[in-house]
Design a binder for this molecule. Sequence first.
Ligand code: CAA
Length: 389
Amino acid sequence: MIMEKKSQNSLNFHLSEEQIEVRTAAREFAQRELLPGVIERDNAQKFPAEQVKKMGELGFMGMMVSPKYNGGGMDTVSYVLAIEEISKIDASASVCMSVNNSLVCWGLETFGTEEQKEKYLKPLAAGEKIGAFCLSEPEAGSDATSQCTTAQDMGDHYLVNGIKNWITNGSTASIYLVVAQTDVDKKHKGINCLIIERGMEGFEVGRKEDKMGIRGSDTHSLMFTNVKVPKENRIGADGFGFTFAMTTLNGGRIGIAAQALGIASGAYELALKYSKERKTFGKPICDHQGIQFKLAEMYMKIEGARLMILKAAFLKDNGDDFVLAASAAKLYASQVANEVATEAVQIHGGYGYVKEFHVERMMRDAKITQIYEGTSEIQKIVIARSILK
Ligand code: CAA
């Protein structure tokens, strides 16, 4: 499953053998390990702990990390294919995977020191530990520069105080990348990102969120009271924290776009199957033009989203500027996830509205893809700034 980066000079819609292998492995894993119990976990808001552990053993938690740091050394295209397959079945498991891969591991590998990579990246990439990315606050969601959490410079360490909200992997993580304001006069250039370990004195996991969708994902608030963080746990130079968060989120948005695509394609596949089985007026509902039109629209939107996501991943793999492509892919794929999942419920009729049918959960899961890692409105800002610059 290890793949070297290659430069490609021509447009090519064929996946490599390695990429197909990764997709097959993720598909089989999702069917075998995630499908059983996914409805029950959603009902009970139960994090898929055992399943995520197995994902780590199979190399899904540090896919793009170099083998030197226990990763799979794979490209972003392979990562996107895996996220789509996992998300078709369980979007709660895939957000844990996406945050660990794109935000935590990628950020540490790209900007961390050798010591930080040895100590923190290696166990995260091996799936032995889970990471969390802590940017959002009660008063700082889209307006991410308005950080109230402080990291006071005390010479050889920082003293961290504040609250983070809606943190994915909040209670299951052991390694947290925490964004905090050191020098308020310098605005975003006075922000740092610090590695905080579970168990550091003054660090507490707060309330678990009771969510509309991705109910199996572990979302908590976090509290920091005079947490003493050594200086060597700062990522990058003093004041690099905001740029770190933004740069890391650029790649994260490809992961969330792939999650949205997985929700859409999973819901579409179920609706297609159901439309061939369910009969009304003496024939399968797929023989009614009203249903055919829906299926055709769903197919078209999914294909459009898939191409945009693969393009963003391809640009990233080739070292090109992918910021615009990633935001556009996330904006479009999240819209498609909501539209397709809603139509999948419609095709299922009354059955689609009850919890024992997967499309009911998928429609709820789809909504978050328009909110986290930058709302749809933020993606439009990023897109507009890119095309106008
Ligand atoms: N990539 C790299 N750098 C970027 C950037 C990007 N996409 N966007 C902004 N920056 C840099 C700018 O270059 C600037 O740096 P310099 O001054 O050194 O040039 C700095 O960041 C500040 O930029 P702006 O002046 O543009 O800042 P702004 O306040 O006007 O707006 C924003 C920036 C794009 C709106 C930003 O605040 C943003 O993206 N907000 C959304 C935050 C977000 O996505 N949160 C998700 C939470 S994490 C999560 O959801 C994880 C999960 O659990 C699933």
